[in-house]
Design a protein around this ligand. Structure first.
Ligand SMILES: Nc1nc2c(ncn2[C@@H]2O[C@H](COP(=O)(O)OP(=O)(O)O)[C@@H](O)[C@H]2O)c(=O)[nH]1
Ligand SMILES: [Mg+2]
Length: 310
């Protein structure tokens, strides 16, 4: 189980990380509902435009506005300020339904395959995750199954040293399934608690990549029944619609059990979390809010909405 870190500093850091989204989404909504204006179709249109601008998705924005209209009618509301609370409630409701932190068993190895397109932040996320688990006093092994580039292997090795994790690699160009095969054996021998597997993400050979990922899964399942326990898809929040397309593709081809949304610090379109959640219904396990080793958070829907609106 994840121990949740609490405290003002921790929450402030999240707010800072989500600053760009705060500026568009929260400030945009404040501007629309400001003053004593009437709740009419103009106001609803403006509200919808702000939501779409923050990338919650047109369909979801529309649904949300309809629900707000209902609520306003039912409760006979006439103060626009009340709309913000309805909105926050609804967003938190959607996000709560998918904020399921990873549950680790007492006895490992717990195996996590990390997949996604190049540049989304897979290797960095693995480094941050390794640090996270090390802080919980779990032994961690990083596995270099992105064997396509020597630099990728080196980058993961650097993270393993920073985080205090062991490291398994073979030479560049070797079969990723063979790397994983060795790694599972090593993790069983060493009684490693958590094994994090870095994979390639070159999409121009899409069918090869998908076959490779499926083969890795098969090999792992044979060596350690039930594994991989988690297939974590890393998506770059700054890529908007592309992230949604990638999520659908990887889920259909390989099967995804959890999502990490990175680079939320670099976008004003943090509403993408709502959109992905709404369209895919896959748990969002973590969010990335910076490049540092501490900039990965277990996702908490309630906290996320508060960090944007409060
Ligand atoms: N600002 C920011 N940058 C990130 C985050 N996660 C990853 N990055 C950066 O994204 C770039 C690509 O990351 P990398 O882990 O190499 O991606 P990979 O190709 O998927 O393994 C690097 O420069 C990372 O520092 C994040 O949450 N915020
Ligand atoms: Mg990488």
């Amino acid at each position: 189980m994840f121990k949740k870190k609490e405290g003002g500093g921790f929450f402030d850091r999240l707010k800072t990380g989500l600053e760009k989204t705060r500026k568009t989404l929260a400030s945009g909504i404040e501007a629309v509902i400001f003053g004593e204006r009437a709740i009419d179709s103009n106001l609803y249109e403006e509200l919808e435009a702000v939501l779409v601008g923050a990338d919650v998705g047109a369909v979801f924005a529309n649904e949300l506005i309809d629900e707000i209209k209902e609520e306003v009618k039912r409760k006979e509301l006439n103060n626009p300020a009340a709309l913000k609370h309805i909105l926050m409630e609804r967003m938190a409701g959607i996000l709560r339904s998918v904020d399921k932190p990873l549950e680790l068993p007492e006895n490992g190895p717990y195996t996590v395959m990390v997949i996604g397109v190049n540049g989304t932040g897979k290797t960095t996320t693995i480094g941050k995750l390794a640090h996270y688990f090390r802080e919980e006093n779990r032994s961690v092994m990083l596995v270099a199954a992105d064997t396509f580039r020597a630099a990728a292997i080196e980058q993961l090795e650097v993270w393993s040293k920073r985080a205090g994790a062991s490291f398994v690699k073979q030479k560049m160009g070797s079969d990723p399934s063979s790397v994983v095969f060795d790694a599972v054996k090593a993790a069983l021998n060493r009684k490693t608690d958590v094994m994090l597997i870095d994979t390639a993400g070159r999409l121009h050979t899409k069918s090869n990549l998908m076959e490779e990922l499926k083969k890795m899964k098969r090999v792992m399942g044979r060596e350690l029944p039930g594994s991989p326990h988690e297939v974590l898809l890393v998506l770059d929040a700054t890529t908007g619609q592309n992230a949604v397309v990638q999520a659908k593709m990887f889920n259909e081809e390989v099967g995804v059990t959890g999502i990490v949304l990175t680079k939320l610090d670099g976008t004003s379109k943090g509403g993408i979390v709502v959109r992905i959640t709404n369209e895919l219904n896959i748990p969002v396990r973590f969010i990335g809010i910076g490049e540092g080793i501490d900039d990965l958070r277990p996702f908490d829907g309630e906290e996320f909405v508060k960090a944007i609106f409060e």
